[in-house]
Design a protein around this ligand. Structure first.
Ligand code: SF4
Ligand code: SF4
Ligand code: SF4
Length: 200
């Protein structure tokens, strides 16, 4: 190899290494759950008016557990004694709900907290996002029989912002779309549902 060819090949190899290094840093950051987040100005989002809680969000996400989580909008919730997203045997006596109620969530992620008035008073329902796998059962029940306060969201701080969202491709309701977010938006922690009180 003459000197000119050697310098050309050396230059190409150096460029390839530099590009590879940058790409690796971006990809490895996105694959790290602690650092993953949207690098683009678009995020994937679920339209709660179209979603029927079919359960595909639990299994179709490239992340495991899914980047989708259920939330309960306290402004829409009726604080019912019996919550359709919490238990399925709704005719149960109110003081037996916690001991004999059949939980809708197999992971017990729907938490019930007495707000006031004893067993027939008001109850706050929160979803423990660390337990939720996005199976959609609580959302389906609340949507069909309740106030539609429970719904599924794609957490921007968990989502890898795939170029083509695998859930969107499989969603039978076509409920998932890309939405624009401004550079000022930072969703990190916005949906944090840390236990602020003592659940019963
Ligand atoms: S796949 Fe679509 S309809 Fe099914 S739970 Fe997810 S967003 Fe809802
Ligand atoms: S029932 Fe499913 S969607 Fe609802 S909190 Fe439990 S795991 Fe999440
Ligand atoms: S964009 Fe990727 S990581 Fe985000 S919800 Fe869809 S499949 Fe999951």
């Amino acid at each position: 190899m003459d000197r000119r060819k050697f310098l050309v090949n050396f230059g190409r190899a150096t460029c390839a290494l530099a590009i590879g290094g940058v790409a690796y840093r971006i990809v490895s950051k996105q694959l790290n759950p602690e650092e993953a987040g949207p690098l683009t100005r678009y995020v994937w989002a679920i339209d709660p008016e179209k979603c029927n809680g079919c359960g595909i969000c639990e299994t179709a996400c490239v992340r495991n557990p899914s980047a989708v989580k259920a939330v309960n909008d306290q402004k829409k919730c009726s604080y019912c004694v019996v919550c359709y997203g919490h238990i399925s045997n709704k005719d149960i006596e109110s003081d037996k709900i916690m001991t004999e109620g059949i939980k809708v969530c197999k992971y017990d992620a729907v938490k019930r907290q007495n707000y006031s008035g004893g067993p027939d008073g008001s109850f706050i329902y929160k979803i423990d996002d660390k337990l939720c796998t996005a199976c959609g059962k609580c959302v389906k029940n609340c949507t069909e029989k309740g106030t539609k306060s429970m719904f599924l969201i794609i957490r921007p701080d968990l989502c890898l912002a795939c170029n083509s969202c695998n859930i969107a491709a499989k969603c039978p309701q076509k409920a998932i779309d890309r939405v624009y977010i401004g550079p000022e938006d930072d969703f990190k922690g916005e949906y944090s549902l840390e236990n602020g009180g003592e659940y019963i």
